[in-house]
Write a protein that binds this ligand. Structure first.
Ligand code: UDP
Ligand code: MG
Length: 168
């Protein structure tokens, strides 16, 4: 398998509970390279685009409240791109199953996640589940200049002296 990228998002519960360091330590067991990282606040628009494929699910409204920080009074997330061989499987193994009760107790979600009384899985991290999803998410969450490898082709956009790299 050749090298690939995967997006990890430490969700608002991870930041609120000061788990960022613990989570990054666990992810470093993968020996993958971090090629992008930032802390940002998640707007309703970005949340809707990120989870657009889950719009019909009954948990969707709660999920949007979760990722935009409404459940925790804290709308920060940390978003990272990891790069390397089998990056998606490696990161998803360390993250654990979607349902924190079913996740291995030594996985990130198993150790730090919980199920809310509403039924929502408050599972601390997001990880892309395919190369297609990773590409869509990198282009949604990052500008080309924010990722140190040129993982996808770019083009120069804008008028002279005001040009910058954008996804093409
Ligand atoms: N989720 C939930 N209940 C479900 C399925 C998903 O609360 O039955 C939430 C959970 O926070 C999960 C997110 O919705 O991480 C996205 O769901 P997905 O199926 O993509 O799971 P993931 O790829 O995050 O493991
Ligand atoms: Mg998913």
């Amino acid at each position: 398998m050749k090298e690939e990228a995967v997006v990890v998002i430490i969700k608002p519960d991870g930041l609120k509970k000061s788990l960022t360091g613990n989570i990054l330590t666990r992810l470093s067991e993968s020996k993958l390279k971090i090629i992008g990282a930032k802390v940002i606040k998640v707007s309703l628009e970005l949340a809707g685009q990120h989870y657009h494929h889950l719009k019909e699910k009954r948990f969707y409204p709660e999920l949007i409240k979760y990722i935009t920080g409404k459940l925790h009074g804290d709308n920060r997330v940390m978003v990272l791109v990891y790069w390397g061989k089998d990056a998606i499987v490696k990161v998803r193994d360390l993250a654990g199953a979607t349902n924190p009760e079913e996740a291995s107790p030594v996985s990130i979600r198993g150790a730090y996640g919980r199920i809310l009384t509403t039924g929502l899985f408050e599972n601390v991290v997001h990880a892309s589940s395919s190369q297609e999803e990773a590409e869509r998410e990198i282009k949604l969450w990052f500008e080309p200049e924010e990722v140190v490898y040129e993982v996808y082709p770019t083009k120069i956009s804008g008028v002279e002296q005001e040009t910058r790299k954008v996804w093409k």
